[in-house]
Ligand binder design. Structure first.
Ligand SMILES: Cc1cc2nc3c(=O)[nH]c(=O)nc-3n(C[C@H](O)[C@H](O)[C@H](O)COP(=O)(O)OP(=O)(O)OC[C@H]3O[C@@H](n4cnc5c(N)ncnc54)[C@H](O)[C@@H]3O)c2cc1C
Length: 285
């Protein structure tokens, strides 16, 4: 059941910050696809909803020199259909293509996905692998910080009466990138597990695994092994061993057992690597 709340749709950032400062129980809403579920299940009962969909400053995808900036209000459909994203940040195109269904992709925003900070969020592992930075805007101006610092726990991000303004990715650093997920129901369930891999301009790799830890998980030893570039069955046996010893996925998950998750993230890593490199059959198995 929804509790009664006031609804405002400000047209300027200044109005948003005034409202946030006046009301401790105010809640930002973008696409509403996470928030409305929470309201219906009474997990959240704000007395004011601040709809930010009118704010032009938070919209659009643009390239400035080496960087692509994605406004937080960009919908998943806009990401999926953007040529710059498909050409330069293929992992984000893949994440947008796997996301929900047509109706949800049209409403849901990348900003909402990041701020909701769910362990299997579609854009978690690819943005961490791409070393994305976020721009946060508050009444005193804008600041920029790495996504790992911003998204620090399940459902927790560093915002203090502020908005996520945009997400910034350096395309020169990220030569090739890929994302894969596994879900129980094609298209309409959150990821059971997901993995992203980015190959860097210095030929190094950065891999991230989702739902095996509280936030997207990286193990530098795995990236060192990938950097050795002689991929065969023993490479992945070694990586599997590192994963088995280093993560303990939640046993109470309804989607999959810890053992299954640990095996599948490595299997998805192979798929990502196949997207990035010309590989023979020697990594099968
Ligand atoms: C049927 C269904 C299918 C789904 N499928 C998927 C899926 O496949 N993959 C997946 O990852 N998720 C999925 N989701 C979850 C959800 O759609 C996404 O997390 C979505 O990206 C949330 O974006 P939103 O704009 O709707 O966020 P909202 O619900 O509007 O907001 C989410 C949270 O972020 C805050 N917020 C939003 N924007 C900002 C901002 N700019 N600054 C500060 N705070 C902000 C809100 O206050 C709220 O706490 C699904 C949900 C449903 C209902």
């Amino acid at each position: 059941m929804f509790s009664p709340f006031e609804y405002k749709r400000p047209e300027t950032l200044q109005e948003v910050f005034q409202l946030l400062n006046q009301d401790n129980d105010a809640q930002i809403v973008a696409g509403g696809t996470d928030l409305l579920v929470k309201l219906r299940e009474a997990e959240s009962s704000p007395d004011l909803l601040i709809d930010i969909k009118e704010l032009e400053e938070l919209k659009g995808i643009e390239q400035n020199n080496d960087e692509i900036k994605i406004g937080s209000l960009t919908t998943i459909t806009e990401i999926k259909e953007n040529k710059l994203i498909k050409n330069k940040l293929y992992a984000l195109y893949q994440a947008a293509s796997e996301f929900g269904c047509y109706e949800i992709r049209n409403r849901a925003t990348i900003g909402g996905n990041v701020v909701h900070a769910s362990p299997g969020a579609e854009f978690g592992v690819p943005l961490f692998a791409l070393e994305a930075e976020v721009e946060v805007i508050g009444k005193n101006g804008t600041k920029r910080l790495p996504i790992e610092e911003f998204w620090y726990d399940v459902g927790r991000v560093k915002l203090d009466n502020e908005l996520l303004k945009s997400i910034i990715i350096n395309i020169n650093k990220n030569i090739k990138n890929s994302y894969h997920r596994l879900s129980r129901v094609e298209g309409m369930d959150l990821a059971v597990v997901n993995t992203a891999l980015a190959k860097k301009s210095n030929e190094k790799y950065r891999s991230y695994f989702g739902t095996v830890a509280r936030t997207p998980y990286r193990n530098e030893k795995i990236d060192e092994i990938l950097g050795e570039e002689k991929f065969n069955k023993s490479t992945f046996a070694e990586i599997q061993d590192i994963i088995n010893k280093s993560v303990s996925p939640r046993a109470s998950s309804l989607r999959a057992s810890p053992e299954y998750k640990k095996r599948m993230v490595v299997s998805l890593l192979k798929k990502c690597l196949r997207d990035i490199e010309e590989l023979g059959d020697d990594i099968d198995g």
